[in-house]
Write a protein that binds this ligand. Structure first.
Ligand code: BDR
Ligand code: CA
Length: 321
């Protein structure tokens, strides 16, 4: 591995309790499957992001069915960002948010429509839970605001978002850009924070051989996921130079918790630009060596063992085959 941080040496794999806050989304679907296998997934909350809320919730329910785990609950949350207008990402994920495969109607819909209360109540009942927002951070920010005790009850928050470059604008990554005010609240909450930025997630690309490794798992789930990944990679390959497949962003925020020895991280002070003609949604990552720089508030993930992380994804899929 490369980068400028310390490698976590702990090879233990723990069943980390977490709530996944998501906007499925192709890579969100992979993150749900990874969390269901490698973590203790306490529930899924949905937010408007890649697609409108109704659709991201529908998609989360479809993924639950594909997993074959009816005990997993889905709770819908914010239909729009705190301040910014909703701006979905159909150019990446298609109009449905999960274009590229023939998906059945979900067997049942969401189990609740109050993600914020679900987050607060679950984290109060189970201290030491991780919140893992992998869409715009609206639900998590609202929960932190509504329950001032929440921050100290959490093990931490592990986000997919931000980076030293952007994908939605030159300097803004989609999840932060979509709701910069929510991201500002999360980066300022004061507890442990892990960040999977674009710099990291572009190291985990769904190359053709990796997609084939998924398809080779067989069964019902794997071919659907291989089709979804093929579509997702297609949109990225059509829009980006110098990549071999779509960066599979969202599972990184999950697997960095469950398999920390596969990731390298660096402590940094990170803030979010909430306004600015060219910079709204930018994460400003302080890499200065100046002694008077602000103290780190974030563990920024800087590199990963991509083949090993992909194998974890394949293992998670195979566990449901
Ligand atoms: C993030 O935006 C979405 O398109 C993905 O699901 C991921 O969470 C990457 O910028
Ligand atoms: Ca996402």
């Amino acid at each position: 591995m490369t980068g400028d941080g310390d490698v976590c040496q702990d090879p233990d794999v723990n069943a980390i309790p977490m709530i996944l806050d998501c906007d499925p989304g192709h890579d969100d679907a992979i993150a749900i499957i990874a969390a269901a296998h490698h973590a203790e997934l306490l529930g899924i909350t949905t937010v408007a992001g890649n697609a409108p809320l109704e659709r991201t919730t529908f998609n989360a329910c479809v993924v639950r069915d594909l997993l074959g785990d009816p005990s997993l609950t889905v709770h819908s949350g914010a239909a729009r960002p705190l301040v910014a207008p909703p701006r979905p990402a159909a150019h990446i994920h298609g109009e449905s948010g999960l274009d590229g495969a023939d998906l059945p109607e979900p067997v049942r819909g969401a189990d609740g429509d109050d993600a914020v209360s679900f987050i607060i109540e679950t984290c109060r009942a189970r201290e030491g839970t991780w919140l893992v927002p992998i869409g715009p951070f609206t639900n998590v920010a609202m929960a932190l605001r509504a329950a001032p005790d929440l921050g100290r009850r959490l093990a931490g928050i592990s986000v997919m978002g931000g980076g030293t470059f952007g994908n939605r604008t030159a300097c803004a990554e989609f999840n932060i850009w979509a709701d910069p005010h929510a991201a500002d609240i999360v980066f300022g909450y004061g507890g442990p924070l892990v960040m999977a930025p674009l710099d990291l997630t572009f190291q985990l690309q769904a190359t053709a051989p990796r997609i084939e490794a998924v398809r080779d798992v067989g069964g019902v789930l794997a071919p659907v996921l291989a089709d979804l990944l093929t579509f997702f990679s297609g949109t990225y390959l059509g829009r980006n130079e110098g990549i071999d497949g779509a960066p599979v962003h969202d599972p990184c925020a999950v697997l960095a918790l469950t398999h920390p020895h596969l990731f390298e991280r660096a402590p940094r002070h990170v803030v979010v630009e909430t306004y600015g003609e060219h910079t709204a949604g930018m994460t400003v990552i302080d890499r200065r060596r100046l002694r008077e720089r602000p103290p780190a508030n974030t563990d920024v993930l800087v590199s990963l063992d991509a083949d090993a992380v992909w194998q974890l994804i394949v293992d998670a899929i195979a566990s449901r085959a």
